[in-house]
Design a protein around this ligand. Structure first.
Ligand code: 5GP
Ligand code: MN
Length: 335
């Protein structure tokens, strides 16, 4: 770490043009950590642009600095490069696999850029010049916080930076209740709160900021779209394309639904299968040792963490449901 810090310090010792990228479907940690890093680098005199490969959910739009983020989907490769101009340094946040960068992967494939990864996902790929990686960190926000600590930046941390990091922590730990939460997570939260983070407002903006439509959708999904398989300790939702239309669902509106599956007594594996235009998206959550990430990797071209993972299927919705049930029968979930 110390060696990495001194390399980073050297990279940042004169003003540079820096681009920060993160994974497709950016979540609170991906966007929050990217924005906190952007604030820090700007404070240090660098020119910084955060670029996301696909749109982020609406409930993150209020994050300080989110309005200056640009979306790869609004550009071609050429117009994006025109927009950002010369790049000296590339940060890849909350992502260490090229595939998860979607249409931004051409940037990490450029050999002329110095690349830094800040991430906590398993099995990072070897494309960076500098790797700040810790699989035990609950969120990439934790790793960035430790980096700020090593750079002596914590006591002077701007409130916007602290808020962005706090959002990374709460979204990746499900408000400090997932198994990835450690004493360090709480230590960092304490430090961020000491910087002035308004925890009530932040939690309300993230979790209690829903439209009535979305609440009605959850009610509908729980009553009409939930399949419970007590014998497999599993429960899953199947969301059809027409449901999106019926409830006028916006980006991020299905977020949190999967957690309702795990609120059922005895349920250890929860899933949401979402019918999209070109694929079936899968969100998986598990309790204890059940490896959601291995299921996502083996059967759904995805991955993630042991208790929170995702992927997709190119089969039809019914075929995907059949496959999912077959997987449940073949895993060790039955008693
Ligand atoms: P969610 O269910 O919230 O979309 O995703 C939960 C976690 O699973 C994410 O934080 C991410 O780590 C992982 N994940 C989701 N989708 C994918 C995917 O397509 N590929 C990989 N490798 N991980 C994914
Ligand atoms: Mn993360």
């Amino acid at each position: 770490m110390d060696h990495n810090i001194s390399i980073l310090k050297k990279q940042l010792n004169h003003p540079k043009r820096i681009v920060i990228i993160t994974h497709v479907k950016p979540d609170g940690d991906a966007l929050g950590t990217s924005l906190a890093l952007a604030f820090f680098l700007k404070q240090q005199g660098h020119v910084v642009q955060v670029v996301i490969p696909t749109e982020h959910p609406n409930f993150l739009s209020w994050l300080p600095g989110a309005d200056a983020v640009i979306n790869r989907e609004d550009f071609t490769e050429e117009t994006l490069l025109e927009q950002v101009g010369r790049i000296d340094l590339l940060f890849c946040v909350d992502c260490s696999t090229v595939k998860r960068l979607g249409q931004l992967k051409f940037l990490v494939e450029r050999s002329d850029l110095f690349k830094v990864i800040i991430d906590h996902h398993i099995e990072p790929e070897d494309f960076a010049d500098l790797l700040f990686w810790n699989v035990k960190a609950a969120a990439s926000a934790e790793i960035l916080f430790s980096l700020f600590e090593a750079l002596g930046q914590v006591d002077s941390m701007h409130l916007d930076m602290a808020t962005c990091l706090y959002v990374g922590l709460i979204t990746d730990t499900n408000s400090f209740k997932n198994s990835n939460t450690t004493p360090k997570t709480h230590y960092i939260a304490a430090k961020l709160i000491a910087c002035g983070v308004d925890i009530v407002t932040t939690h309300r903006l993230i979790y209690d900021n829903k439209s009535l439509n979305r609440l009605h959708f959850f009610s509908f999904a729980i009553s009409q779209r939930l399949v419970v398989l007590p014998e497999f300790h599993a429960a899953y939702f199947v969301i059809q394309k027409e449901d999106y239309k019926r409830y006028d669902l916006q980006m991020g509106d299905t977020e949190g639904l999967v957690d309702y599956a795990l609120t059922l007594r005895g349920i250890l594996l929860g899933a949401v299968l979402k019918e999209k235009d070109d694929a079936i998206d899968l969100s998986l959550r598990s309790v204890g040792d059940i490896p959601a990430n291995l299921i996502a990797k083996k059967y759904f071209h995805g991955g993630g963490h042991r208790n929170a993972a995702g992927g997709f299927s190119k089969l039809s919705l019914t075929e995907t449901v059949d496959l999912f049930e077959k997987i449940l029968k073949n895993t060790e979930l039955q008693h």
